[in-house]
Design a protein. Structure first.
Length: 218
């Protein structure tokens, strides 16, 4: 469903619903992540696919709510946990982080996909949970929570730049950037960019001591 608000004071109201999939619940997609395109004309939605199917990124037209495209590239049995859109060097891109790795999608000037999703070279990572573009660098790099650690990836060269492995004894499932000295909602537009990188993860706990089985390290 799409919700909107007429003013800052509200109230919020449902503006419409996106076309869903017919059939038994077991065969429908279970959306886990959504993101708007540049200009907010389209919505990308993805998650887990129905039984025996490969997960897709579904593209909905915001005004009509109609499904207008399906982006396929991830393998059957896997889950797309995060999709992100960005403009780099004047061109629109989408990245999808899933349990079978990360795919990069390119779009032409009219908004139609010009390159099929392909795996980012040199990034042999499974269990990718969340991606966020590094602020202030023109969307050239993004931070990726995957496996048990944090990874910095070059979007342009499609290569892994640096890894901070084994931050957690189980999984690292969240990454975000915060701006402590600026407006809480907007990054600074001038001057020195100061931001903090925050991660979240899951620890394996020793039943006897109640402490993490593997101590946190950087």
């Amino acid at each position: 469903a799409l919700w909107g608000v007429g003013s800052r004071a509200g109230p919020w109201a449902e503006r419409g619903q996106f076309a869903g999939e017919a059939g038994p619940v077991s065969e429908r997609d279970q959306f886990r992540t959504v993101v708007f395109s540049r200009g907010d004309t389209h919505l990308f939605a993805a998650g887990a696919a129905g039984a025996g199917c490969a997960p897709e990124i579904k593209v909905f037209e915001v005004r009509s709510g109609k499904l207008v495209a399906r982006l396929r590239g991830h393998k059957p049995g896997h889950v797309i946990n995060c999709v992100r859109v960005a403009v780099f060097d004047g061109r629109d891109y989408l990245i999808s982080a899933a349990s079978d790795g990360v795919l990069k999608w390119a779009f032409d000037e009219s908004g139609f996909m010009s390159e099929a999703g392909r795996a980012i070279g040199g990034l042999q990572l499974a269990k990718c949970y969340r991606a966020e573009f590094v602020p202030g660098l023109g969307n050239k790099f993004f931070a990726l929570a995957a496996g048990s650690g944090l990874h910095i990836v070059d979007l342009e060269r499609e290569t892994l730049v640096q890894s901070f492995g084994a931050l957690y004894s189980a999984t690292c499932d969240f990454v975000a950037f915060t701006f402590p000295t600026a407006d809480a909602l907007l990054p600074p537009t001038s001057g020195t960019l100061e931001c903090h990188l925050v991660t979240r993860g899951v620890e394996i706990i020793d039943n006897a001591t109640g402490a993490p089985a593997v101590p946190n390290t950087l």
